[in-house]
Design a protein around this ligand. Structure first.
Ligand code: ADP
Length: 204
């Protein structure tokens, strides 16, 4: 590529510790963090092409008083209708990916060293195609359930339902070059990250 920007992808199940890893990469390595979920909100702001398209598809009843898209109303419309959900994702997902690629270009222009990309649908959307390496944050289901219950107050039922809709451990393993084991203490996880970052520097 002829530059020094390293693009790291981060994936794993809900509650695995992805946000925690991103925070460490930002704090310790000044990595520029790109979160698909957050960018998804930004591309739906009034004035964007995605905003116009969504209003065109679902009407002004999904707008709040200050003309923003009400994610709750939108969710209620697509929740029980697979076709509508597919259509909505077809509008949002490409826009998010495009925006991420644009920000990667910008990071390259600004001579950043690391960009880290995190997305719930990282593998489904083939984000690994533009990352130099993809990290799987691995935490077993029992530990994730425990942490989610403590931190987000999720019920057992809700957790089980979310887990059932996520990719399996084996699939993450088979598609990610790096596994970060986050079953232990935060310190143990940081040590693994530091080792991996050192290796990445040696390769570059
Ligand atoms: P994700 O972004 O993958 O959904 P989070 O980073 O939000 O997961 O982590 C889920 C919860 O577990 C958070 O409350 C976080 O502080 C906590 N957590 C993450 N890693 C550890 C760890 N190694 N030990 C204890 N708690 C952790």
């Amino acid at each position: 590529m002829g530059d020094n920007l390293k693009i790291i992808g981060v994936t794993g199940g809900i509650g695995a510790g992805k946000s925690t890893v991103l925070a460490w990469l930002h704090e310790r390595y000044r990595a520029k963090v790109l979160e698909a979920d957050r960018i998804g909100h930004e591309v739906m702001e009034p004035g964007t092409a995605v905003y116009r398209r969504i209003v065109e598809l679902y009407g002004t009843s999904i707008l709040t008083e200050d003309q923003k898209i009400d994610r709750g109303s939108l969710g209620a419309i697509v929740f029980s209708d697979q076709e509508k959900l597919k259509k909505l994702n077809g509008v949002i997902h490409p826009a998010v990916k495009e925006e991420i690629l644009r920000r990667i270009d910008k990071a390259r222009e600004e001579k950043e060293t690391y960009v880290v990309v995190e997305a719930a649908l990282f593998l489904e959307e083939n984000y690994d195609a533009f990352c130099d390496e993809t990290w799987y944050i691995y935490t077993n289901e029992e530990t994730r359930a425990k942490r989610l219950k403590e931190s987000r107050g999720y019920t057992k039922e809700r957790i089980a339902q979310i887990f059932a809709n996520q990719k399996r451990h084996e699939e993450f393993l088979s598609r990610c070059e790096v596994v970060i084991d986050n079953n232990g203490t935060p310190d143990e996880t940081r040590q693994q990250i530091d080792r991996r970052m050192k290796k990445a520097d040696e390769i570059m």
